[in-house]
Design a protein around this ligand. Sequence first.
Ligand code: ADP
Ligand code: MG
Length: 561
Amino acid sequence: MKNLKSTLDRIDNKGYGAYKDLQGTYEFGDFTLYVDKVQRDPFAPPSLIRVRTHDNGFDRALYENLVRRFAFEDFLTRQAEQEIKRAVQGNRGSGKSGRVEIQRPSQVIVPRTSCVVDESGVEARMAVGLPAKGRTVDGRAAREVLLDELPEIVHSALIHQGIDTEKALEHVQTVEDAEHLRGRLAELGLVAFVVDGAILPRESGASDRPMKSGAKPFATPEEYRVEVNLPNRGAVTGMGIPEGVTLIVGGGFHGKSTLLSALSWGVYDHLPGDGRELVVTREDAVKIRAEDGRSVAGVDISGSIGGLPGGGSTEDFSTTNASGSTSQAANIAEALEVGTSLFLVDEDTSATNFMIRDERMRELIQREPISPFIDVVAPLHRDLGVSTIVVVGGVGDYLDVADHVILLEDYAATDATGRAGEVTEEFPPRAPIGGAGISNPRDRSLEPGSIDLRRGKKETSRGKGLSTVELGRESVDLTYLEQLAEGGQTEAIARIIGEFAKSKNGQSAREVAEEALADVEKNGLDSLGPFKGHPGEMSQPRPQEVAAAINRIRSLKATTV
Ligand code: ADP
Ligand code: MG
């Protein structure tokens, strides 16, 4: 600490580059400060620091197993974020002067690099804008940030005297219950569960937080009632959605998309107060949507699209500009490649000719290569064991292929399976529903050499916000990956792709994703980091999003095997 003071005194008023001398390790008594990487100027990305406390006085119940530990690390990250808001003055000069940051968590709880708890203490990874007046070192302001504000954050957010143990316990128990529930879905024959009383609607289209007032809590229709015993909360009841094909129907604005979206986020755990703590879905569920304009590299989409005009095969299909329906077919084939047990489809974000072809068009158009999803959805379950939950308001033909129908009216769910049966008898199907089987798409081998990381003299693979991965000069657009939760996942994905690009051997997207994530499981997310010390801001992605990002690289080349 004395060293830090004297260095700051010495470099005060010097050119900003003098801050480089801060790099190093400082002892603060009850924690150690590591200054890992000093920014070049006040406007550059802030300097990277870590703080490590010297003992772990926390209740062992908060971190005694991996699930609890990750949840507790999430709790501490959020706690630190709050303390930063409270204790840090912030703006102290030019550029990012005086800012203190920790990775910003979304509404979901995933393992992150922001905070690590072990037997010997807690390590938090942060960033600090070292203060400057213009482009000269402001030593006094730096002393206030590093010697006053930083210890305050450590004392009130990262050591056991500072935190509310009850609240932390609720946090880890909530996550443990959700994990338990998700883990039991398969044995219960379910693909999803929505607890009674869940709050599904969100604050706005731009915010994933719960609606503030006027939300109607979820109530389970009798026919779908399931009771599950959870390790912490005990018995809970809710709607169990069984395997098979389930329709969510209802008029416009009655809450269909809101329910489906909550289900699509049910692959993750949520923090207490989110409203969706016990809304869980199979962990490998994939939301499928149209995404016209995306590129596709050598994917076997023959399951939903037959021969192309001119005799082109769809077992090895590439395009730089997919249409709505082909993009949706590619999304399905790619999700099957990486592995999934549940598709979620919303008609709002689907291509009409992907969803359906009516009687007249079946009559008029004989040479239609696209098998609409309505022909594919039942075989997907029968032949491949993949269930689907599909939102429809306008296409009654889906009643013919549904095992279950859930009706939403004024946000209230009822079972309409029986009534749907009556309706289909009254109005029998006019168009034949395709009866053909479906098989898994053929495997592809991706060529690492087709991904060019060069950007000037450097090689780069990094995340930029939530929706972009920068690989060399290419920006990969992830806007339509609706189950990508936070920028830290994008960063982790970028680094996984970077490693693959430098490898020599072709692999399937599934292999790339699974091998990288197996490594992460063994060595932690830190192992994706580029240098010793601060690993950067990363969050754990799912294999589904890793593969989906790779599949959207425009330069990607692949061969079907
Ligand atoms: P649909 O897909 O059936 O057209 P949406 O899911 O888009 O309907 O919902 C329409 C509106 O109703 C949205 O603004 C949503 O936030 C709101 N909403 C959905 N579910 C609820 C609920 N349970 N309580 C209150 N408002 C809700
Ligand atoms: Mg909708």
